[in-house]
Design a protein around this ligand. Structure first.
Ligand SMILES: [Zn+2]
Length: 140
């Protein structure tokens, strides 16, 4: 339900696990054990401990709500895999030659890899869009 929010928070470098088909009670227990806060739009969980209720349906407003409620979150924009939350590691350019399009290989110098899913990130055109999104979130 909050998959998009999870990706946006990861874009900001915030440690954010996501469960697709979560049994609420189980997820809540897991959150408590891992000392995490459960972000949810499930009204049944609204008043429980370690739960943060997301008001808006719009992802930009959701991000804003989280940032305002947790001003001390550790940011490090664009350092996490958007798909699986793992911290990206830099890879030698030569080592990814066969894994990215030739044009990208030719035009980019630095590559980052997700240790979990293997996805490779570089600072291509989408990077500028992401940078704009990040600065918009952090400006308010
Ligand atoms: Zn990944």
């Amino acid at each position: 339900m909050l998959g998009k929010l999870a990706r946006e928070l990861r874009l900001l470098g915030i440690d954010c696990a996501y469960q697709k088909e979560a049994n609420s009670e189980q997820t809540l227990k897991k959150a408590k054990n891992g000392q995490r806060i459960l972000l949810t739009r499930n009204t049944k969980l609204k008043d429980k401990e370690s739960v943060f209720f997301i008001e808006s349906e719009k992802v930009a407003e959701q991000v804003q709500q989280v940032l305002e409620a947790f001003p001390n979150l550790a940011f490090n924009p664009m350092t996490r895999c958007l798909d699986c939350n793992a911290v990206l590691v830099e890879r030698e350019k030569e080592s990814i030659k066969s894994e990215v399009p030739f044009y990208v290989y030719r035009t980019q110098e630095r590559f980052y890899c997700c240790p979990d899913c293997g996805k490779i990130y570089w600072r291509g055109t989408h990077y500028e869009d992401m940078k704009k999104r990040v600065s918009k979130y952090l400006k308010k």
